[in-house]
Design a protein around this ligand. Structure first.
Ligand code: ARG
Length: 465
């Protein structure tokens, strides 16, 4: 009976059952359509496992050689697109194992000694995610370099800084760009920190309780480049917090890209006209011939939503699971894969798009001149002459009202006009009221003074080297 089932190509676990699963159940429970993406990591993990089994004398040298040869062939078949994936074999692990046994016979059947798919899949996902984190970190660095290149050209390009989306104080465009450099810096740090917890080996935990074989987990960890092993077998096969953590870090990356994109969209609107975005990042309308739409930044902004969704999906997936492994965990893969894909695609196009930003310095400067952006500088000027800040604030508020009535900027008022608001105001006030003066005066660490921002750019470059 059992032998008959094996002949039908039944799954390795079906010996215990009286009837096969229905077609519907087979398709419902299978993951091979999406987890075949883990194939190369699965093979890498199997080779390390087999080598360890040989090292502790569970597997003969001949069997190990056969397994390594068979797995190498399977890797080639997969790369060449010739591997036949079968939904009957449920997932990536059983597809590969079954092919291995077909290729090398009994040695293939011995590979799963002291192992379960539970610790196997957890290992595969960690290997996959480690590689993905490295790719994503590289792309974040590339985007940071593009920010630095753009910032380099604009330490003297003055624009209004905003609070509440209203003109607040003048800043340089470089300073504005460097704010995003800092955000991406923290994103990279978060991913590097997450990587430490990803980079632990679950293998050896077997199904949940460990194994009766005298395995050497540290050897496998070393072979696979893990920093150490997961310390508890139940935890190792069940928790996916490392993937959740990655998605949370990824959600923040998308938040930062999305904020930048939102500004591009607003700023390239002719009402702002602070920038233009090269045609290669825009598309037209099929009905309105005049349109040039910022589709690329809009899509990045839009894609942040799906990454947030995946984070929530994984949190929800985990919260109700009793220890240890449950099939629920099979649902970790698609959200995780899509988070990785979305981050990679968004970061790539984002980095390239930064090279397509054309800055309209004059429009930026004019906007900074229009909104009384140096009002705080006038208040600071009075404070330096001995007026308490609150009184200075009030005097400047009156001056702004006056200038508004005249329809001009503070710097355009005559000295006697300004002196109505404080007799302490002298000729030297005009230096404080210019945009360039306002920038230069903010020369402390973190300030927008051109020299300070140049130093920040240099520091940033050094940190990426
Ligand atoms: N496809 C499964 C997953 O992704 C592999 C582990 C299955 N283990 C089990 N006991 N059913 O989680």
């Amino acid at each position: 009976m059992a032998q008959e089932k094996q002949k039908d190509g039944a799954t390795p676990w079906s010996g215990r059952f009286n009837e096969p699963v229905t077609e519907l159940v087979k398709r419902f429970t299978a993951s091979v359509d999406f987890d075949q993406r883990l194939a190369e990591f699965d093979i890498e993990g199997s080779v390390a496992h087999a080598r360890m089994l040989h090292a502790v004398e569970i597997l003969s040298a001949n069997d190990l050689a056969a397994i390594e040869k068979g797995l190498a062939q399977i890797r080639e078949e997969i790369r060449a697109g010739k591997f036949k994936w079968s939904v009957d074999l449920e997932d990536v692990h059983m597809n590969i194992e079954s092919r291995l046994t077909a290729l090398v016979g009994d040695a293939g059947k011995r590979l799963h000694t002291a192992r379960s798919r539970n610790d196997q899949v957890a290992t595969d996902v960690r290997l996959y995610l480690r590689a993905a984190i490295d790719d994503i970190s590289g792309l974040i660095k590339a985007a940071q370099r593009a920010l630095l290149d753009l910032a380099d050209q604009h330490t003297d390009t003055i624009m209004p800084g905003f609070t509440h989306m209203q003109v607040a104080q003048p800043v340089s465009y470089a300073h504005h760009l460097m704010a995003y450099f800092e955000m991406l810096n923290r994103d990279a740090q978060r991913l590097a920190d997450c990587r430490k917890r990803v980079n632990r080996l679950p293998l050896g935990s077997a199904a949940l309780a460990g194994t009766t074989f005298p395995i050497d987990r540290l050897l496998v960890a070393k072979e696979l480049g893990f920093d150490g092993v997961c310390e508890n077998s139940l935890d190792a096969v069940s928790d996916r917090d490392f993937a959740i953590e990655f998605c949370a870090a990824g959600a923040l990356v998308m938040t930062h890209l999305s904020r930048f994109c939102e500004e591009i969209i607003i700023w390239m609107n002719p009402r702002f006209a602070f920038i233009d975005l090269a045609d290669r990042f825009c598309t037209g309308s099929s009905i309105m011939p005049q349109k040039k739409n910022p589709d690329v930044p809009e899509l990045i902004r839009g894609k942040s939503g799906r990454v947030y969704g995946h984070l929530l999906a994984l949190l929800t997936l985990m919260k109700g699971q009793p220890l240890a492994y449950n099939k629920d965990n099979q649902e970790d893969k698609e959200p995780l894969f899509d988070t990785v894909d979305t981050l990679i695609a968004s970061l790539r196009v984002f980095g390239e798009m930064l090279g397509g930003i054309e800055v309209k310095a004059e429009a930026m400067r004019n906007a900074a001149l229009e909104g009384y952006a140096t009002a705080t500088d006038l208040a600071d000027y009075l404070v330096k002459k001995g007026v308490p800040f609150r009184e200075a604030h009030e005097a400047v508020a009156q001056a702004v009202r006056f200038a508004e009535g005249r329809g001009c900027d503070l710097a355009a008022l005559k000295l006697p006009d300004l002196q109505q608001f404080s007799p302490l105001i002298g000729k030297d006030v005009f230096a404080a009221l210019t945009l360039d003066g306002a920038l230069k005066a903010r020369s402390h660490i973190g300030g927008t003074a051109p020299a300070r921002v140049k130093a920040a750019i240099a520091k940033g470059r050094k940190s990426l080297a």
